[in-house]
Ligand binder design. Structure first.
Ligand code: NAD
Ligand code: 3PG
Length: 636
């Protein structure tokens, strides 16, 4: 339970220093603004696609600050739990360095070249990659580069974004990326058709032994009887994983006259129905299909999901196509199934180990057709992927929330734009609330209440929640917190954040009416912030586009949440503003504003904005004013 601090206790709050201290928010804001204002830049911001430029300019600073704060992309901070050596960080004006470690389409490279210092270094060993990475702000890979924990550790917190030029992110350690606050983005759409076409190419060529017949003719043979194939029309194809590629394969297979069924535990039945496909159980799919085509991601759940057991449930003579990931098949089990004839043929584009060993029994099997991970390799797909990933990485480096973020909430630009002032408010409230906690630690339970005129479903609070978490945790730890790792760090610290949306009768034009932050089971260093239920409770609103504190404990206030703030509880009597103003003035402390809140039982909260932190003697003099009962100095 919260307890009252002693009357007139002088409470100041100091932020533990990080190594090295991050630049002030105003400098990071300025550097982001310089990116955004760079009219010579050829990069068109995604935000400007959907929002008129004039509209965008009007709220530049709030939006810029919001996105900068959300991702911390242009400000430097230490990674979580590491003593990051940040001496190699570029100054905020320096161009970011982008390392491309696998071949990328020229159009994408051009985008990157115009934005930052581009280095293309292919075929790096893991050691070479780790050696380079500490000088890079972004890394772009395809499926051949393993971006593991060692890479993030070696980056010493400099790496801000990993771009996967393609769909599969199984070669990126997402957990490590998240812990280090590094955003991972992919390019999930540009190679869908290419992969689906390759799947169909493998299906048809396998059915008609095209590859084997070709090799045999080139060896001088003419074997018409050996390469008799099987027809596709009327056969059942099971599409395992009905996502982007799977559904395109299904569409094309239907065009070939096949009966298509699909298994996907997460796909909506109506999407399958729209393509004329029935969604069935895993066992039903594999036991009834003549052809099984794999299109699921490689995850711990799908790893080796095709194994001795599953092959034994398949129809004898089944044919398998894999353009997804080699790891979803137990390759030794597939060789056994091919040898026994349970699987008549397989056509594989992907392998557990790439490239597979030259002695691989699977690759050498006469009933297996192989290609070296060519699914995405069309000129069109490669150009598309390169542009898609280059724009996502550039956007992320500019502080944008990418629509293809893999380890952070994906927020459409228009939602981000609308929420931006509330994002600032959310962080300020978190930062303020934690400074009211005595000792600043031991916080386990935070309740956030969003009051809004909108339906709960129309209010995406993930960003706001992340920023409140950032505001709470950053001042009390050495952790680097951003939108990517806020939830992770909160969990690590045992902080439970619950959210509640309350419907209020305000204008639905605005997404949020007010945000409340309640911290329970802690002592407060400013007793007036404790509400009747014993929690430290504050409420804020956006007024004229700026964050304001509107409620503190049981007191109504109206205080701009900016800079340094002294909050005093005083006996409500004339002359208080003058007295405190005189003390500050005599010590050359510039007062930016003063306001007195609503009176409860002759008590009121006075808020004083000051340009810099007054020294201890000045604060003591304020505390010595007879009518001042308690006060707290806050740094926002
Ligand atoms: N060979 C290539 O060059 C190439 C090219 C593109 C994509 N791919 C691979 O193809 C796969 C699919 O790509 P996509 O763009 O369609 O991705 P996607 O995310 O659109 O689709 C994947 C689908 O798999 C489903 N899924 C997840 N777990 C499943 C499970 N246990 N059983 C069945 N379905 C499951 C998901 O619900 C989703 O609908 C990925 O593995 C990707 O890496 C390979
Ligand atoms: O997941 C993907 O996008 C494909 O497997 C393509 O991989 P690649 O970029 O290595 O060709």
């Amino acid at each position: 339970m919260a307890s009252s601090s002693s009357l007139k206790a002088i409470s100041t709050f100091t932020t533990p220093s990080k190594t090295p201290p991050p630049p002030s928010s105003s400098s990071s804001k300025a550097s982001l603004l310089s990116f955004l204002n760079n009219t010579s830049s050829p990069i068109s911001l995604k935000l400007s696609h959907s929002i008129p430029r004039s509209h965008f300019r009007g709220n530049h600073s709030a939006l810029s600050l919001a996105v900068t704060n959300a991702l911390n992309t242009v400000q430097s901070s230490s990674p979580v739990s590491t003593s990051g050596d940040r001496t190699k960080l570029p100054s905020s004006n320096a161009k970011p360095t982008i390392l491309v470690s696998e071949k990328l389409g020229e159009a994408g490279l051009e985008v990157l070249r115009k934005f930052g210092n581009l280095e293309c270094a292919y075929n790096l060993t893991p050691e070479e990659l780790c050696a380079k990475i500490s000088a890079c702000d972004a890394l772009i890979v395809r499926s051949g580069t393993k971006v593991n924990r060692q890479v993030f550790e070696a980056s010493k917190g400099r790496l801000k974004v990993v771009g996967r030029a393609g769909v599969g992110i199984d070669n990126v350690d997402l957990q490590a990326a998240t812990e280090f606050g590094c955003l991972v983005v992919n390019a999930p759409t540009a190679n869908t058709v290419a992969a689906a076409e390759h799947g169909i190419a493998l299906l048809t060529s396998m059915a008609r032994n095209v590859a084997q017949a070709d090799a045999s003719m080139k060896a001088g043979l003419w074997k018409r009887n050996k390469y008799v194939g099987v027809s596709l029309v009327g056969k059942t194809l099971a599409v395992m994983g009905f996502g982007k590629v799977g559904s395109e394969v299904a569409r094309r297979a239907k065009g070939l006259g096949m009966h298509v069924i699909a298994h996907d535990p997460y796909a909506p039945a109506d999407r399958a129905r729209a393509v004329g496909v029935d969604l069935v159980s895993f066992d039903q799919a594999i036991s009834t299909a003549d052809f099984v085509s794999l299109h699921m991601p490689l995850t711990p759940t799908t790893s080796k999901v095709f194994n001795d057991d599953t092959f034994s449930k398949m129809k004898k003579g089944v044919r398998i196509i894999n353009v997804a990931r080699g790891g979803v098949i137990d390759e030794d089990a597939l060789v056994r199934a091919l040898d026994s004839g349970v699987v008549a043929q397989a056509a594989l584009d992907v392998f557990t180990e790439e490239p597979p060993s030259k002695e691989s029994k699977l690759v050498q099997h006469e009933n297996v057709t192989v290609t070296p991970h060519l699914g995405a390799s069309t000129k069109e797909a490669q150009e598309g992927v390169a542009i898609e990933i280059a724009e996502a990485v550039v956007g992320a480096l500019q502080g944008e929330l990418s629509a293809t973020a893999v380890n952070a909430p994906m927020v459409p630009p228009e939602v981000m734009f609308e929420l931006s002032p509330y994002v600032v408010l959310a962080e300020k409230l978190g930062k303020l609330a934690v400074q009211l906690v005595a000792g600043g630690s031991g916080i386990t339970s935070v309740r956030v209440v969003y009051k809004s005129a909108r339906d709960s479903d129309d209010l995406d609070t993930r960003l706001l929640r992340a920023m409140i978490t950032k505001g709470i945790i950053e001042p009390i730890s050495t952790s680097f917190i951003n939108l990517v790792n806020a939830d992770y760090v909160a969990k690590q610290k045992g902080l439970r954040i619950s959210e509640e949306k309350v419907s209020v009768d305000s204008s639905p034009e605005f997404p949020v009416d007010s945000i409340q932050v309640h911290i329970s089971n802690v002592d407060s260093k400013f007793a007036s912030s404790v509400s009747d239920n014993g929690s430290i409770s504050i409420e804020g609103k956006v007024k004229y586009g700026e964050p304001h504190l509107t409620c503190l404990g049981s007191f109504g206030v109206d205080v701009s949440l900016e800079g340094n703030l002294i909050l005093c509880r005083q006996v409500d009597q004339p002359g208080m503003i003058g007295k405190v103003g005189n003390i500050l003035g005599s010590q050359n402390v510039n007062v930016s504003f003063m306001s007195v809140g609503r009176t409860i039982l002759k008590k009121a909260i006075m808020a004083i904005g000051v340009d810099e932190e007054p020294n201890k003697e000045t604060l003591k003099k304020i505390g010595d004013v007879a009518a001042i009962e308690e006060f707290v100095f806050l740094n926002l």
